[in-house]
Design a protein around this ligand. Sequence first.
Ligand code: S3P
Length: 440
Amino acid sequence: MHDPSPRPRAFRPLGPLRGTALVPGDKSISHRALILAGLATGRSRIGGLSEGRDVLATAAGMRAFGARIGREGDSLTVDGLGGALLQPRAALAMGNSGTSARLLMGLAATRNLTATFTGDASLSRRPMSRIIAPLRRLGADISAAPGGLLPLTVRGLLPAAPLLHPMEVASAQVKSALLLAGLNTPGITRIFEPVPTRDHSERMLGAFGAELEVEEAADGRILCLRGEGALRAQTLSVPGDPSAAAFLLVAALIVPGSEILIQGVGINPTRTGLFEVLREMGADLRLSNQRTECGEPVADIAACHSHLRGVDVPPELAPSMIDEYPIFFIAAAFARGTSRTSGLSELRVKESDRLATMARGFAALGMAVEETVDGLAITGTGGEPLPGGTEPIDPQMDHRIAMSFAVAGLHCRAPLTIADMSPAGTSFPRFAETLEGLAA
Ligand code: S3P
């Protein structure tokens, strides 16, 4: 997989956003659906799968392990391996996708194979030690670039020893990787999660027939997975991605006169921290048509232009809005008063250092924000447009930074140029068209 060439693009006020839109299938759920379908016995059918580059990296990885992936109407079909993964013939190119890399490392760790993982410049800077350490403890042999970085080779161990693992970092990727390793480990893998993170893996493992029990304890959750069970193929429909919907919803909140509806968005409570915070800021966000799809709660979400107030976001909310801080910072930039965040050191090791990249972007817009070790404080315009029209904003290969500043461009006095919009394709390939479609 190669990085596409940079695509600069200017965003400018287009008038109020109106109408209805759909967003791509949830990226986290899409990765998990492809992996579990690839392991199951029989043909799974997956509707609504994300076609962003990150999910395509997982699909390519599962193909390299021997799964057959095809198309039937609007659904993707996956002929699973019944648990028997093949030795990949070449290194697995994970592109920009931390989720693909970490989940597939967990998968490989308890298999009789050797897999090498490579990534783009951004992924090659992201920490892998958090996953290398527990996988080594269950017996996998892992050699990584200095500092625990990609490129990295996993030599799986079969049979591996079941883990008893207390989570040190609140990370759904690490948790999910260890569950995937546990699927092929004799006995019971136990993971203790003091701070809850997105639980899509747990929900989907249950749907595919894995023996997983979740115990709620006073100080956290304990996941107990019995290994070596059989997974059965499923027919799934992936809900819309709340992390993608967030960009459109915030756009409607900040652009005067807007009123939009995003249909079929996942509202799993481990993902909806941003919606809570926006409501506290005074946002007019309304849920309707609530239902369950793919074992996940789903709703249509309406947003109308709102006069937002600054807010202090408690650090406890971080896991449930971890990917939404860049677009939250944009909402804060248009609010009345100051918004403060803290406890966000994880944002420094995402696709970019999101605190530094956002602070630099705001500076390029002529807006002073205060950057602390683990947060930003932003004093908003009270709803007035930002100046825009300065030097292009460099998103540092980070899709969520590119899309966040693009949204800001809809309420600027002069066009705001993003130096490269191509990163949006990692999670939301038709982002600019969807946004502009709502403005038409
Ligand atoms: C994800 C978990 C989160 C999130 C990422 C997707 C997942 O990462 O930021 O975009 O699908 O499990 P961490 O596990 O590093 O918090």
